[in-house]
Design a protein around this ligand. Structure first.
Ligand code: PLP
Ligand code: COI
Length: 362
C-alpha cells in the first residue's frame, strides 16, 4: 500500500453543461478557452501535510488578498493531455514524468512536493468525472493543467505554510490556429527568459510572465512564438516561450540545446527517444545561433521544429530578428519532423504499439 495515498471525495456539479452545449464546444474547442464541469483539489498545510483531496464543481477560488501567490508568485504548474482512443478508452502520456517534473518545480519554488501517486490519481479522478469532455476528433484531446499555489495569508517573504493543489481540464484542438503548418519565430535579443541560477528549469508562472512582452513583440512582427537565447552571452539557443526547439542535420541527427535554464520537455525527450529507436543520432549540447545560421546556409541543417504538449511537433519555417533571418516564411515542413510527429501522435492516440510503455490508461 502507498503511504501517501489519499482518498478523493467527489461532489458532482449541479450545473453540468447539457450534452448539446458540450458537443458544440468539443466540435471546435480551440485551445484553453473552455473548461470542464469539475476540478480536483488537494490542500496542504505545514502542520498536516497533504489532506482533503476532492473532485468538485469547477469554479472560482476564494483567496485572501494577502495570499503569497498573488504577491511573490510562489506557484508552479504542469501541462499534459488525455487522449481518446478509437475504442473509446482514455489514456494519458507519461504522467509519471509530469509528476516528477512537478516535484522538481516544487523544490525550486520552495513548495511542498505532491506525491507522484496523488498527482496521477488526481488526474484519473478528474478525467473519470469529466470523461464526456474528452474529444474524439483527430488531433483533439483533453488538456490537463495541474497547478499549485501558495495561499497563506501573510506578507512576509518566506515559503508559505498553506498551499493548494488544483487540476483543471480544457478540451483542446491545435495550439496554433494554423495546425501543424510551419510557423515563424521571432528572435528576442533584448529580453531573456531566465538566467543562470534562476527558475528557468522550473515550470513556474514567473518565467511565462517574463516571456509575455517579447511574445507580444513576436506577434507584432507576424511571428507565432518567441525564441530566447542564453542570458549571459546571447549566443546560444535556449527555447521558445512555451516549447523546446530541435534542429535536424542533413544526416538525420537531431541537435537540441542542453541548458539548465530551460524546461526539460517531455515531448522533446520522447521525440529524441523515437529518433534513437530509429538508429538516428541525438546531440544534447550547447547550440549557438551561428551554428543554426551557418548550417542552413551550407545545407547541413535541413529542418527545425518546436515541440511541447500544446504544440505537439510544429515545423519552424523561419527565425527572424532585427536585421536577421534564418530560413523563409515559405519553408515547407521537414520530412523527418513530420514523420516523428506522426509516430508520436500514433502512439498517443493508440494507432501503433507503445514500445516504451508511455501510455497510462485513466
Ligand atoms: N518549454 C516551455 C517553456 C514550455 O512551456 C513547454 C510546455 O510545456 C515546453 C518547453 C515543452 O514541455 P513538454 O513537452 O513537457 O510539454
Ligand atoms: C504546454 O505545452 O503544456 C504549455 O504549458 C505551454 C503553453 C504554450 C500552453
Amino acid at each position: 500500500t502507498d503511504p501517501f495515498a489519499l482518498d478523493f471525495s467527489t461532489t458532482p456539479s449541479p450545473e453540468r453543461r447539457a450534452a448539446a452545449e458540450r458537443e458544440e464546444i468539443l466540435a471546435d474547442p480551440g485551445f484553453g478557452k473552455h473548461f470542464t464541469d469539475h476540478m480536483a483539489t488537494v490542500e496542504w498545510t505545514i502542520d498536516d501535510g497533504w489532506h482533503d483531496a476532492s473532485v468538485h464543481p469547477y469554479g472560482p477560488l476564494s483567496l485572501d488578498p494577502s495570499a503569497s501567490v498573488l504577491h511573490y508568485a510562489q506557484e508552479i504548474f504542469e501541462g499534459m493531455k488525455a487522449y481518446r482512443h478509437a475504442d473509446g478508452s482514455i489514456w494519458s502520456f507519461r504522467p509519471d514524468a509530469n509528476a516528477r517534473r512537478f516535484a522538481r518545480s516544487a523544490r525550486r519554488l520552495a513548495l511542498p512536493e505532491l506525491p507522484e501517486s496523488v498527482f496521477v490519481e488526481s488526474i484519473r479522478q478528474l478525467v473519470t468525472a469529466d470523461q464526456d469532455w474528452v474529444p474524439s476528433a483527430p488531433e483533439t484531446s483533453l488538456y490537463l493543467r495541474p497547478f499549485m499555489i501558495a495561499t497563506e495569508a501573510f506578507l512576509g517573504v518566506r515559503a508559505a505554510h498553506a498551499v493548494q493543489y488544483h487540476c483543471i481540464a480544457s478540451p483542446a484542438g491545435a495550439y496554433f490556429t494554423s495546425g501543424p503548418e510551419p510557423v515563424s519565430i521571432w528572435l528576442s535579443t533584448q529580453y531573456a527568459r531566465a538566467a543562470r541560477g534562476g527558475t528557468g528549469a522550473a515550470k513556474t508562472g514567473g518565467n511565462y510572465a517574463a516571456s509575455l512582452l517579447p511574445q507580444q513583440e513576436a506577434y507584432e512582427h507576424g511571428c507565432q512564438q518567441v525564441m530566447f537565447l542564453d542570458s549571459e552571452k546571447g549566443e546560444y539557443l535556449e527555447e521558445l516561450g512555451g516549447m523546446n526547439v530541435v534542429l535536424v542535420r542533413s544526416d538525420g541527427t537531431l541537435v537540441t540545446p542542453d541548458s539548465d535554464s530551460i524546461l526539460e520537455g517531455i515531448t522533446r525527450d520522447s521525440i529524441l527517444q523515437l529518433a534513437l529507436d530509429r538508429g538516428l543520432r541525438v546531440e544534447r549540447r550547447a547550440v549557438s545561433l551561428a551554428e543554426w545560421r551557418d548550417g542552413v546556409a551550407d545545407g547541413t541543417i535541413t529542418e527545425a521544429f518546436a515541440c511541447g504538449t500544446a504544440a505537439v511537433v510544429t515545423p519552424i519555417a523561419e527565425l527572424r530578428g532585427d536585421g536577421f533571418t534564418i530560413g523563409s516564411p515559405t519553408t515547407g515542413a521537414g520530412e523527418l519532423t513530420m514523420s516523428l510527429r506522426e509516430e508520436l501522435t500514433d502512439i498517443q492516440y493508440g494507432r501503433r504499439p507503445d514500445p516504451h510503455g508511455w501510455m497510462v490508461r485513466l
